[in-house]
Write a protein that binds this ligand. Structure first.
Ligand code: PMP
Length: 360
């Protein structure tokens, strides 16, 4: 069976090798006589899968020993609330950078719990860039600083790590985690929904510095308390076992590729194929500031938007789907996460080139 090139922003394409391994192990996992889906989360088989997934993630990201790795549920959206509930720690205000749709959602939720101060915003240019650090108005008394290093909808990525002094830095890395090496020690907390670069939907990963745990807002539900999750190895209740298993296979796939430095090289090459073409094209336009062009989500528009539908139809005929831009911005968006093969990007650029010739 032929696979299509799926440019969805998430749930997104997964490595074929991972899917094949999961298929081979689906009914009888490594001689256990059962599927991972059927295992007790307290049994030795599943416990080994869980521990190995965490160890491989720690290895990939170089996570220091004083950070906890949590496997949670509720998506990145639940983190919009859990971050203030856990990290205000007696303070009342938190700093947020506003670079687009996902920042806005995080801000809206945080306002239920905290006095939110916007350190800088790119709304003046329709969220097509990220404000430089020297334009941020940081409050040294804020409980934490939150930002979205990759805005999935706008395709705006921040490649530098903000300096926030003693104020913990919190990042929503849902759409660029594992796309390149990062220095975890510069962050107080990192969170990401799994369904882009990690694995299936239903798993949310949180990486948090230990000393930030244990002082939740009054009334915080047990399930929303990071410390409870940390003290119970993410097994206070039943974890999303199958999603964690697949994520573990993805981590092994990444390690076999040579880790995040190797992955970054591939991602740079894939993104360059698209952006180099966009730079020469008079028909397809990239709206994003050059220094913030996301390597993961590449939005572009057609000069003649009447041709949007035809472009999508032609893409589908060539085995490429999910190129329609988010409903809030229109145009096109190609999400080219880790698991998108370079052939997918080449096929897309070929079509764009052809389409331009016919319609320019
Ligand atoms: N933050 C970002 C940057 C995202 O891209 C998404 C999902 N597209 C979310 C948060 C929300 O994630 P979830 O659906 O897992 O709640």
């Amino acid at each position: 069976m032929d696979r299509i090139f799926n440019f969805s922003a998430g749930p997104a394409t997964l490595p074929q090798a991972v899917l094949e391994q999961a298929r081979d192990e689906l009914v009888n996992w490594r001689g256990s006589g059962m599927s991972v889906m059927e295992m007790s989360h307290r049994g030795k088989e599943y416990m080994s899968i869980h521990a190995e997934a965490e160890a491989d993630l720690r290895e990939l990201l170089g996570i220091p020993a004083n950070y906890k790795v949590l496997f949670l549920q509720g998506g990145a959206s639940a983190q919009f609330a859990m971050v203030p509930m856990n990290l205000l720690r007696g303070k009342t205000s938190a700093d947020y950078l506003n670079t687009g749709e996902w920042s806005k959602k995080a801000i809206k939720e945080a306002k239920k719990f905290a006095d939110v101060s916007i350190v800088a915003s790119s709304e003046d240019k329709n969220f097509t860039y990220a404000p430089a650090q020297n334009a941020w108005q940081l409050d040294p008394n804020a409980a934490y600083v939150h930002y979205t290093p990759n805005e999935t909808i706008g395709g705006v990525e921040i490649f530098w790590t903000p300096e926030t002094g003693n104020v913990p830095l919190v990042a929503d890395m849902s759409s660029n985690i594992l796309s390149r090496p990062i220095d975890v020690a510069k962050f107080g907390l990192i969170y990401a929904g799994a369904q882009k670069n990690i694995g299936p939907a239903g798993l949310t990963i949180v990486i948090v510095r230990e000393d930030l745990l244990g002082e939740t807002l009054k009334g915080t539900p047990t399930m929303f308390d990071y410390k409870i999750a940390a003290d119970n190895d993410s097994m206070y209740n039943t974890p999303p076992t199958f999603a964690i298993y697949i994520a573990g296979l993805v981590f092994k796939w990444l390690r076999a590729k040579g880790g995040l430095a190797a992955m970054e090289k591939e991602n740079i090459a894939k993104a360059a194929l698209l952006y180099d073409f966009l730079d020469t094209s008079e028909f397809f336009i990239s709206p994003v500031a050059r220094e913030n062009r996301s390597r993961m989500n590449v939005p572009f528009t057609l000069k003649n938007t009447d041709l949007d539908e035809e472009f999508l139809k032609r893409a589908k005929a060539r085995g490429m789907i999910q190129l329609k831009g988010h409903r809030s911005v229109g145009g096109m968006r190609a999400s080219i996460y880790n698991a998108m093969p370079i052939e997918g990007v080449k096929t897309l650029v070929e079509l764009m080139r052809e389409f331009e010739k016919q319609h320019a």
